[in-house]
Design a protein around this ligand. Sequence first.
Ligand SMILES: O=C(O)CCC(=O)C(=O)O
Ligand SMILES: [Fe+2]
Length: 408
Amino acid sequence: MKESASYPKSAPAMPQNPLLADVSDPTLAQVLRRPTCELAQATRPAFLRNEQSPVQWSPRDWEQLDANRKDIFDMSAVEAQFDDGCFLRDGGAVLREVMTPKAVEAWTEALKYGQQLNDRLLTSDWGKIDWECLGRTPPTKSLTADEIDNALGGSQKVPQSDDEAGVKTLRQHSVFAEYFPAGHVPFLMNVLTHPQMLQLQRMCLGSDEIYFDHNQLLTRLPGYPGGAWHSHRIGGGADNCGVASLSEYQAQPNFNLTLCYPQGFEAGDDGGLKIIRGSHLFRDPAGCRAATDEEMQEGWLASRVHPTTSEPLQIEYLSLPPGSIVCCLSHAAHAVAPKALGREPRWCSLYCYKKASDVSSHIQPPHSVPPVWAMKAQRGELPAVLTELFRPSYDKELTGGRTDDAQP
Ligand SMILES: O=C(O)CCC(=O)C(=O)O
Ligand SMILES: [Fe+2]
């Protein structure tokens, strides 16, 4: 590969899951040997001014989390709306108004605070970051004022086609609060580990053993142009391999995207989610893509019906009251409507959990567990529930030797 003249030769990038990979580069290996408190500190530069960051919690803080837990869901409302047969057949479930009123409030505040932390990083001096502790030489390039301006207030907007400015490094280590916000905001960590959230995951995935995959903020600001139709690979040899029966589908190492909208959204131009029930069974993340609804309707959808019900497949434009959640198997097609100017931001946090393959018992490595959390889990520094949820980030036996999420 050509090396840019202005980019000093530096250590290779940290692998996606460094505890599953063989890290021979001495600079990177050194990062993985540090006490986790040092790495945690490097991921929370002083300018973030976040005293409450769960990545820096003491055992007492974790005990308090457990001791002070309140319901986040009205489980009777969840159970009334959830049907496991429908979930497997549709590839998703829409759960309206299932958060408790207090959770709606706390969740909304948590997402706003997470966004503030993300913006604080964008507008701070990255020269003050301890890059060496994060495993790389200080970047010689910075984001431009326009790039920063464009990224403020929203999600998935920081340019990261390469790591020249250090964005990928800051993403992987969750210095950006939008990637793994549960490590920055106590309420979001409460949700990640909450028995009611874990119960919901067991219901969706049809498995007692569930694991964590990734967590993001998904804030859509007025002026957001919308998100194209797509679905996500699950790896494990279960992508782009033809239509599955329901029982074959259930046996796969499935991922459940859990999209939480404490303020909901309207259909139309409010940044809402669009889904296509039944699309997951085609297992076609490579082909099931389209820039617009028309392209989706005239292309991928036109020639297909639901493989088990023979019903036509159609786009569903969701409209959700506050306190709603959408669970979506990651092969299911989804897209996001634009957000008109003059509307309020759309607040959302994504929690993705997964199950093992029933055939091999293996679990796919996570898309995004920051190294410091994998290290804490491996070293027994976390509560048992998190140690287990994060197990695929450090347990090579469980992942069958796989090191990244896309491996078959
Ligand atoms: O913003 C949303 O509602 C969904 C985003 C999404 O599909 C994704 O991040 O993969
Ligand atoms: Fe998506």
